[in-house]
Structure formats: C-alpha cells, structure tokens
Design a protein around this ligand. Structure first.
Ligand code: DQQ
Length: 474
C-alpha cells in the first residue's frame, strides 16, 4: 500500500464541498489538467495527470499519479515527476505517455524550459512508484529544421513491431495544425518520419496539442486537442506510409469542457480514453474551493460497422450503481413537464424516446422553486442535442451558456441518452455516438429534482431508469 497520508487527509478535508464529484477521478487537492501516461501494468491501471501540487491554479506542472483495479476506485501514489531546477524540465513536466519497454515502465514526456519544449524520458525500478529521469535527457531536441512552429509537445508513443513510433502535437502559425511522426529502435534516438497529418486552414486552429493515434482493425482514429478552440477533434482514416489518409472528422465532445484526452489499450484490448474536464467557474471560485479539474469517466472507443465513432462509458461503471428506480414507459404531453420519482446529484439516468416532430428532454438539478436547473434536450427543428446551463446556477461566478451538437438520427431511430450527474459535472452520451460534457454549480442544496419535458408535440419515453451512484472517495 502506497497510499499517501497527506492525500487522504486532503481528500477528507475537501469532502464536505457540495460541488466536489463523488464518482469521478480528481486529485486529493489543488490543480489537475491532462491525463498522462495511461497504462495497465500487472493488471492495475495507472493514471498520471498534469498537476500543480501547491495551488488550485495552473502553474509549475508535475505528474500526479493514482492506481486502480477498476478505473473507479483509486489509490493515491506519490507525485511521479517533478521539475528539476536547472534542467530541461525546470519550468514543468508537461504531457506525455507511458510504454512498457522490454518490461521497464517508461514515461516519455514534454520537458518545458521557459518556452522551449523537448522530449524527456524517465523509468521506474520499483513497480512504478518512483521515477528516475534518464541521464541522457532530452531524447528529442529539435523540431523539423527550418520551420517555425506554434509548439512541439505531448509525445504519444506506441510499439510498432520491433521499433517504436511517436507522434508530437504542433502547428504552423497562421496556417493550421500538424502532427509529426518519429521512429526509433530504442526510445533514445529518434528520426523524423514527416508530418502524419497537416491541416491547411485555420478551421481547427493553429496548434494541435495531445495527439493520439488508435487502431481499430484496418482503420485509425487520430485525436487532437485544438488550442484556442477548447475542443477535441477526431479524424478517422487509414495510416499508410507514415501518412494519415483522412475519411471523416468532427468534434469529439460538444459540451465545451472536455480537453486533452489520452487513449490506451488495456490488457483485454479495449481502447479507453480519459480526458480533462475543466472548471466552469471563475478563477477566484476555484482558488476558494482549493481544487480544480476532474477526469471524465473512462470512455471505451470503437468503430461502428459504417465506420463511425462509437463512444460509451466503460462497463465497470455498472459496478458503482445502486438503488435503481425504473419508471418504465411514460408519455409527456406537448408543452408539459413531468416530475420524476427520483432525485439527486449523484446519478446515472437512462432515457429512450421516440422522435418524430417533437423536441424533448430532461431537466436535472432543478430547484423546487424553478430558480435553478440544467436542461438536456433534443431540438427537432435544428436536429441538435444540447445542454443548456443558462439557469444552472444562481452564482454569478459560473459560465452560463448553451452547447449543442448536430446529431443525425436515422429514420425511426430512438434517441437514447445516458446522463451522468456527479455534483458539478454532467456527462451526456447519446446513441453511443455523441457526447456533451459540462460543469454546473447549483447554489441551492435542494436543487436535486429531475423532470422530463416535451415540446412541439407529445413524447413517449419508452425507457426511464435511474441509479444512485456510489461515492468512490472517503
Ligand atoms: N497541457 C499540457 C501541455 C498540453 C496542454 C501542459 C493541453 O503539455 O499541450 O499542462 O492541455
């Protein structure tokens, strides 16, 4: 047992905060952003994360570390990487990945020295508890020669036969994002293989962070986080001769709060991503809370028969469900709402609704007097799924907006929603294809009611089920 005593105390100290999630991963206290170095080692899942251990704001970044058997119940480990004064990473140990190099656990990360970004490597000899930086760091110094880049960071490394590949996030200022590909035989000497994918306009920004390349049979999924647009874009296509041949692309999560995901394959071969869900309230409110940043629920990715992206929470989520309330089939009249016989702020709700010319959805975290609520709905006129947080909180410190995703239901296809509410985080999965992740901070402790609504016609919900979710923290 490595459990860090301070970590436990900090978790207990903050456990009374009504906005602190109960079944999502977050650090014991202070700041967290990107997931890093995800790897399953000897059956156990290791999650590293960008962490400022001294403040609930971004700053000099370390790698925090936690370990789990099921990706829900976590044990805090000591900080894995800290900046070394006077070295390449003295300004921060930024994002990167983890690999099993001939049975040696190895982290490959972005070292920040002022504005300079290089790639460094660290290994562990004590079962991933402490980490030693390689004496020959950095292992990659120069971006491609003769080009000006918007950044050069976030190595994602995978084994390719007897060799290794690495992709790095970058971009051309004023032109578009790019992902560079490198090859190595020993993780120490890298040769450039060229740009994996270049985007020749600014639709997707001018700097791509945290690239991931995941394989599904013959097809590949490339994820990048678009700096300045605060969104993650996915590309599906082929990978041939060191180039990504694009077939389709789009926004990975339209809720406006999900960023910098990192994917890995677990020992059963599932492709799973974690992602950073940032706060939706002022910096002052974050500092006052003493913590900031949550990891989204682990999501399993796969490709549909038709080549589309399939996204669903990992099945282990079902082990933290309890107290089901199965409402069954209900019809809500046009321009009416129906208060449901369950309530709470730590829930999973499953809904299925027939869609023709009706708009419908659910309001969660509703105050009894109607002063606060968050609405998740399908707008049949625009063909969009939305999350509306304009009335989510009476607090002036919180973001109030409406986020939407264009969704494409086949004729007679039901709208199927899985909605995870965990105090200040809401994750919506629609038809295993579209996601909306957002943060909300109701002020009123009794903003717990849930109701269905229908507009432009009645709606029959063929399934309405809810579980209370177990708290995973002390
Ligand atoms: N966060 C890290 C960078 C990465 C960014 C720094 C994405 O490595 O590009 O904390 O959120």
């Amino acid at each position: 047992m490595i459990m860090d005593g301070d970590a436990r105390e900090n978790r207990l100290r903050l456990s009374g905060d009504p906005h602190r999630p109960l079944y999502h991963f977050l650090p014991p206290c202070n700041w967290m952003n990107d997931p890093n170095g995800l790897i399953q080692w000897g059956g156990r899942y290791h999650l590293f994360y960008q962490h400022n251990p001294v403040s609930a704001s971004w700053g000099i970044i370390h790698w925090g570390h936690a370990v789990s058997q099921d990706m829900f119940h976590w044990e805090d480990y000591p900080v894995a990487l800290s900046p070394t004064p006077g070295s390449w990473d003295q300004s921060g140990c930024w994002s990167g990945s983890a690999v099993n190099y001939h049975h040696i656990p190895t982290l490959i990360y972005t070292a920040r020295n002022g504005e300079e970004e290089t790639v460094c490597l660290a290994t562990s000899q004590d079962d991933l508890v402490t980490w030693q930086k390689h004496p020959r760091n950095p292992i990659l110094v120069y971006p491609p020669k003769g080009v000006t880049l918007s950044g050069f960071r976030d190595p994602f490394v995978w084994q390719n036969g007897s060799g290794w590949n690495m992709i790095i996030g970058s971009g051309y200022p004023g032109k578009g994002g790019v992902v560079f590909l490198y090859h190595s035989n020993d993780l120490m000497r890298w040769e450039i293989g060229g740009p994996l994918l270049e985007w020749e306009n600014l639709d997707y920004g001018e700097m791509w962070e945290c690239p991931n390349l995941l394989r599904f049979g013959e097809k590949y999924l490339l994820l990048v986080s678009v700096m300045g647009q605060s969104r993650v874009v996915y590309f599906i296509g082929d990978y041939q001769g060191g180039r990504f041949i694009l077939q389709q692309h789009g926004t990975f999560d339209a809720g406006g709060s999900f960023y910098a995901p990192l994917g890995f394959y677990d020992e059963t071969g599932r492709a799973i991503v974690f992602g950073w869900v940032w706060e939706g309230r002022s910096r002052a409110a974050q500092l006052a809370a003493g913590w900031a940043g949550v990891q989204a629920l682990p999501r399993q990715l796969s490709l549909e028969q038709n080549g589309g992206l399939k996204i669903e929470p990992i099945k282990e989520i079902e082990t933290i469900r309890h107290n089901i309330c199965d409402v069954g089939r209900v019809t809500v009249d046009a321009d009416h709402e129906m208060v449901l016989p369950f309530s709470g702020n730590c829930l999973e709700i499953c809904l299925a609704a027939a869609i023709s010319k009706n708009s419908c959805g659910i309001r969660i975290l509703c105050a009894p007097d109607g002063s606060e609520f968050t609405e998740i709905g399908y707008d049949c006129q625009n063909g969009t799924l939305y999350i509306d947080r304009r009335k989510s909180s009476l607090s002036p410190e919180t973001i109030k907006d409406l986020r939407e995703a264009k969704i494409d239901l086949a004729k007679k296809e039901r709208l199927e929603l899985r909605i995870f509410v965990d105090r200040s985080i809401v994750e919506v999965f629609a038809n295993k294809q579209w996601c909306l992740t957002s943060r909300v901070y109701p002020e009123n402790n009794s903003s717990l009611n849930v109701c269905l609504f229908s507009k432009q016609g009645e709606t029959t919900f063929s399934e309405v089920r809810c579980w209370q979710m177990e708290r995973i923290w002390p």
